[in-house]
Design a protein around this ligand. Structure first.
Ligand SMILES: [Zn+2]
Length: 386
């Protein structure tokens, strides 16, 4: 739990307004410092190492990218997490631009918990890169797992996105609040059934009643392939994966090759309690919604080959372009998860963090900027431009 992750001494009341006022005060103070040279203030334990201010005419106030260097005074998530190795954002944008004339990407959280700092890192890549190359962002709520997802988490997620200032071009948050929405996977059961019909007709789908205990390796053995079990509730549904190599060129990581049939065997697309799996719902949505670039964390890199294979079965002639970004890590072996309550955006808000502070911090954790500073969503494309 964050005991005190706030900035600028704001505690309760109206932290955003107070923080901005103090931001202005501090800007004036440090403008003085520029005349006399940097001085370490008593209030902050770390020195302010840079003073190159610039004006932002759009906001009509002085802002600084380099001023808020390590301003967090007490215990904060900085004490727990490590920034990723430096990421060359402009180089990523150049490579993405070469491949994508008019790009559409997606931000696709699952409402199984509150939005956390790892989601914001993903959002920084999604909105920053997409805006830098003139593309659009679609919001998708991946609530295909009806047992783990909860409406209150979706509501909190939409609130957090609005608060952060990330605005989707397709399916804005208001579209979800109105009710049924094609961006919400639980509203697309009929779509996932429909896209499966041609595969069933081609005998590429079969039922599987194997328990976890019967699956002794990470890759499914194909035990039920020829058993002829009916496709019904109470059993899993799988799609046959042909042996073969899937090659793709990750925007950040370069050429990759994977063998889905060896890695996972026949892909589970619907589980025994009737949930469409991530693999099927994401492949269907990315195909039908014409998502041209998929930006997601490195933890999903290994499943890209099967996503490409499923998209091909769905009739996609050319796969999406993939970009896998670094994950926020607690340590070299531990990534941030939803169970880490102290990384929740709600906790940071309660502790007095502003949206600009959270986004700037996420961009630093992502390796996209060398210093930990304030950033607004509209400033993110700069991280991907020379
Ligand atoms: Zn089976």
């Amino acid at each position: 739990m964050l005991s005190n992750g706030r900035l600028c001494g704001s505690s309760g009341g109206k932290p955003v307004r107070r923080e901005r006022r103090e931001h202005r005060n501090r800007s004036a103070k440090n403008a003085e410092n520029r005349e006399t040279g940097p001085q370490k203030t008593q209030k902050h334990r770390t020195s302010l190492s840079a003073y190159d201010f610039h004006s932002n005419p759009q906001r009509g106030r002085v802002c600084s990218l380099s001023f808020y260097v390590r301003l967090v005074t007490d215990v904060s998530i900085q004490d727990f997490f490590h920034p990723a190795a430096a990421v060359d954002g402009p180089a990523l944008a150049t490579r993405a631009r070469q491949r994508l004339a008019a790009s559409l990407t997606r931000f696709a959280p699952a409402p199984t918990g509150r939005l956390h700092i790892g989601h914001v890192v993903n959002a920084v890549f999604v909105w920053g890169l997409t805006r830098a190359i003139g593309g659009r962002v679609l919001l998708r709520i991946e609530d295909h797992d009806r047992q783990r997802c909860r409406p209150e988490f979706e509501e909190a997620l939409l609130d957090d996105l609005d608060w952060l200032g990330f605005e989707p071009d397709v399916f804005p948050t208001a579209a979800f609040r109105r009710g049924l929405c094609d961006g919400r996977q639980s509203d697309r059961d009929a779509v996932y059934r429909q896209t499966l019909e041609p595969l069933i007709a081609a005998s590429l789908v079969y039922a599987c009643d194997c328990t976890r205990r019967q699956m002794d390796s990470a890759a499914y053995s194909g035990r039920c392939r020829a058993r002829g079990l009916p496709l019904a509730d109470g059993v899993g549904w799988r799609v046959r994966m042909d042996a073969g190599l899937e090659r793709f060129d990750d925007v950040r990581l370069g050429p990759q090759s994977q063998t889905p049939a060896d890695q996972c065997g026949d892909v589970l697309i619907r589980d025994r309690v009737g949930n469409w799996t991530y693999q099927w719902s994401a492949a269907t949505d990315d195909t039908l919604q014409s998502i041209s670039v998929v930006i997601r964390g490195e933890d999903l890199l290994a499943s890209t080959g099967r996503q490409i294979a499923l998209a091909r079965l769905l009739g996609r002639s050319a796969p999406a372009t993939f970009l896998h970004h670094p994950l926020v890590v607690k340590s070299p072996t531990q990534k941030v998860s939803k169970s880490d309550g102290d990384t929740g955006i709600g906790d940071l808000r309660a502790a007095g963090w502003t949206a600009e502070r959270v986004i700037g911090h996420a961009a630093w954790l992502a390796g996209l900027q060398p210093i930990d500073t304030f950033l607004e969503p509209s400033e993110l494309p700069r991280l991907f431009s020379r």
